[in-house]
Design a protein around this ligand. Structure first.
Ligand code: SF4
Ligand code: MG
Length: 283
């Protein structure tokens, strides 16, 4: 049985020392091992940005895709081989700016994919510009007088779009993050996991300490029920989205791929077909 070390390849990450993305990678490896996956059962698809490099550091199938397009690639992969466990990943700029339309429709579609967003509330790879997740008043090179836009509320949007699994965690909480990724991997539908993953180089506001101070643990709210969509929306609105834990899960809805007719349940690759025969079957 694979351990978390089996999901690590020999490529040295070139993230800045202290970047939150290191822990996200560690949590993905741990969660994959804990749910009993082998590297050949997993595919990690990423977009563009510092966090997009993650697919290159994990020992599994991987695609480092194009900006904002991790989800279309991940969905194509899942439809082609439904036995593969598919993780999509990227940053807040990737998923909530250029890729937002894909994100909303992937949530609505509910394909069995786990989407992990490394949310550092800034563009890191391009050296520090305001992202859709940056707060109003946030000062960067692109908004030197402070951003005049309110920040995007992706988890509220996800609930409105019909999400079946919404969670949020912090990269400094390795145990909690690993557990939520495990739950996301086991969920039979689309799982959105937003991770506060600080950019220690360019974001000097939303630091590890800032998140620790501002985030509310859902486990501290007595009687919180993650199956109640209205309660989930309320807690997000009341806390400005700064919560940690499983916010919402709906286990009633079927995943997209389980409802698509005309495809065999097993991936074509499992049927011992030549490429030509497989093409013929798809026609
Ligand atoms: Fe991480 Fe920021 Fe460095 Fe990018 S620039 S690797 S997000 S700390
Ligand atoms: Mg970012």
């Amino acid at each position: 049985m694979a351990t978390f070390k089996d999901f690590r390849n020999s490529v040295k990450p070139n993230w800045c020392p202290g970047c939150g993305d290191f822990s996200v990678q560690a949590a993905i490896q741990r969660a994959a091992a804990n749910v009993g996956l082998e590297p050949e059962n997993l595919a990690v698809v990423s977009g563009i940005g510092c966090s997009g490099r993650i697919s290159g550091y994990i020992n599994a199938y991987g695609v480092h895709g194009i900006h904002g397009r991790a989800l279309p690639i991940a969905q194509g992969l899942k439809m082609a081989n439904r036995e593969l466990t598919v993780i999509a990943s990227g940053g807040d700029g990737d998923g909530f700016a250029i890729g937002m339309s894909h994100t909303i429709h992937a949530i609505r579609r509910n394909m069995d994919i786990t989407y992990i967003v490394m949310d550092n509330q800034i563009y890191g790879l391009t050296k520090g510009q305001t992202s859709p997740r940056s707060a109003e008043g946030f000062v960067t090179k692109s908004t030197p007088k402070g951003s005049i836009e309110p920040s995007m509320k992706p988890l509220e949007l996800a609930l409105a779009a019909g999400a079946t699994f919404v969670a949020q965690t912090m990269s400094s909480d390795l145990k909690g993050m690993t557990s939520l990724i495990e739950q996301g991997l086991k969920h039979k539908g689309f799982s959105l996991i937003n991770v506060f993953s600080p950019c220690v180089t360019f974001n000097k506001v939303n630091t590890y300490d800032w998140f620790k101070e501002h985030v509310k643990n859902l486990s501290d709210i007595e009687g919180y029920d993650p199956h109640n969509r209205i309660a989930a929306m309320r807690v997000l609105m009341e806390t400005e989205g700064l919560v940690n834990g499983l916010i919402y899960q709906n286990t009633e809805r079927q995943s997209y791929e389980s409802m698509v007719k005309g495809f065999k349940e097993e991936g074509l690759v499992k049927q011992d077909l030549t490429i030509e025969e497989a093409k013929f079957q798809q026609l």
